[in-house]
Design a protein around this ligand. Structure first.
Ligand code: SF4
Length: 213
């Protein structure tokens, strides 16, 4: 069994289940994935709350708003003009499917991923977060924490791109969609608390298999 499976179990037994992704509906989770780009979840959550307060966390209602009207409501998420434009682009695409997650659920993952990636301002991390957390597709979300931790562990060289890192997990990680969800959340937790820029190796529960120490 590949080492990434052992690392998952060790992170899970230390940090415990992370219960991602916060969101009451699939639409909320999707908008959360866009708002969480390059920002802490706390700031993205404030923007979500603001959209809720204005009764706009419904695709048909949000679609009627211009990006200029959405931007001030999501200021806390940073890069708010770009994110408002990304939300508008996503909604134009979603309209083709009658704003229905039931319709999206019937489409193959590859097609959904290609279509999401073709949208301006939707990168692989956001597209994969939508696929994993809103649509429950078995797809690995890669972020800067993933690259940092797995490079320090000696599993990556540090030169791999997003696709290569994702492929490594897809080929070797034997988890269910729930485990994929949990693994990404655990990596973020570990990267924020232990394997930080200046790592706390003394407190690390995977130090026994790490090439850095
Ligand atoms: S031992 Fe140190 S460098 Fe290795 S994963 Fe843990 S915190 Fe990161």
């Amino acid at each position: 069994m590949h080492i990434v499976n052992k690392i998952y179990q060790q992170l899970l037994s230390h940090h415990g289940p992370q219960h991602w992704w916060p969101g009451e509906t699939q639409f909320e989770v999707t908008i959360g994935a866009i708002l969480a780009q390059n920002v802490s979840w706390t700031n993205a959550a404030k923007a979500i709350e603001n959209l809720k307060k204005h009764d706009l966390l419904q695709p048909q209602k949000l679609f009627k708003k211009k990006p200029e009207a959405i931007a001030p409501l999501i200021k806390s998420s940073g890069y708010y003009n770009q994110k408002a434009a990304a939300i508008a682009t996503f909604l134009r695409w979603f309209k083709q499917y009658d704003f229905s997650f039931e319709i999206l659920q019937k489409l193959p993952t590859e097609r959904l991923r290609e279509e999401l990636l073709a949208l301006p301002r939707i990168g692989p991390e956001t597209a994969d977060s939508i696929l994993l957390y809103a649509l429950e597709r078995k797809i690995f979300v890669v972020d800067a924490y993933t690259k940092r931790i797995f490079t320090r562990l000696g599993i990556l060289t540090g030169n791999e791109d997003y696709t290569a890192i994702q492929k490594m997990f897809h080929q070797n990680f034997e988890g269910t969609v729930h485990d994929y969800n949990e693994y990404h959340a655990l990596i973020v937790k570990h990267g924020k608390d232990i394997c930080t820029k200046k790592p706390h190796c003394d407190a690390c529960y995977i130090a026994d298999i790490c090439k850095t120490v």
